[in-house]
Design a protein around this ligand. Structure first.
Ligand code: URA
Length: 256
């Protein structure tokens, strides 16, 4: 890959809002962090010919938009130690479902059950999410089951005591979420709760303000709704009703 191609790819990532990428010089070598805007600038063509030495382009193996794939992204993540969340993890929780799903659900981060099994949304909140997807689809006559969609989280390792992921953790792991979404190219994304909404929309607004209407992540329509953990709280009857409405909207949009 020549310099211009490398620059164009990096510009693509920069425009996605990715500030840092972890890249390998060769398969199974250690990934090193690359600051995207700085390298794009270093590789920009000079306005006038000059003799300044331009740093060598970073290695770009398996991180290009064209050849990125879920297995490639998982391989890049590897035995990740990029942020402090790795210290408490039993299993990294990458994502589950159809790699060509038309609909992707994005949660916050693994809980205890997910950490134990390495699969997102398998605990109580996960069972509710499965019921919501399959129950709403069945009621609406849409033949969709949980394995037809893709489910993942903003951060892939369990935060201690299930605390909210911190900004540096979301930033570090967010690049992998973005790459997952680009590899899948869904028709729509459903952000579950405010952490997912914040990671994907860059907003500080809460779910109550954002839910029920379409937003966009890049060009992909995105619906925000309540996180299933929130819905598990007994007093949230109204929120449950609203979440079902949101999901109905998403399922009809994607599958009609
Ligand atoms: N909550 C999340 O946000 N993600 C999971 O995978 C499980 C619970």
């Amino acid at each position: 890959m020549d310099r211009d191609e490398v620059r164009r790819k990096l510009e693509f990532y920069r425009d996605l809002g990715i500030r840092e990428l972890h890249v390998r010089a060769a398969p199974r070598t250690e990934a090193v962090p690359v600051t995207v805007p700085a390298v794009v600038e270093a590789l920009a063509p000079a306005a006038v010919p000059q003799k300044v030495e331009v740093p060598a382009p970073p290695p770009m193996l398996s991180m290009t938009p064209d050849d990125d794939s879920l297995p490639g992204i998982l391989e890049d993540i590897g035995d990740c130690t990029r942020c402090k969340l790795h210290r408490g993890r039993t299993n990294l929780v990458f994502g589950v479902g159809n790699p060509q799903a038309k609909l992707v659900f994005v949660g916050e981060g693994p809980g205890a059950d997910e950490d134990a099994q390495g699969i997102p949304f398998v605990g109580r909140a996960g069972q509710l999410l499965t019921q919501m997807i399959e129950g709403t689809a069945a009621k609406e006559g849409i033949p969709v089951r949980r394995p037809d969609v893709y489910i993942c989280n903003v951060v892939k390792c369990r935060p201690p005591e299930n605390r909210t992921p911190e900004p540096d953790e979301m930033q570090t792991c967010g690049q992998f979420l973005f790459r997952q979404l680009m590899a899948i190219q869904p028709r729509a994304i459903c952000a579950l709760g405010s952490t997912a909404a914040k990671a994907l929309l860059g907003t500080k607004d809460g779910v109550m303000k954002l839910r029920g209407r379409w937003h966009k992540w890049r060009d992909v329509p995105l619906m925000v709704t309540y996180h299933p953990s929130y819905l598990l709280r007994a007093y949230n009857v109204q929120a449950k009703r609203e979440a079902w409405e949101d999901l109905k909207k998403v399922l009809h949009f994607v599958y009609d």
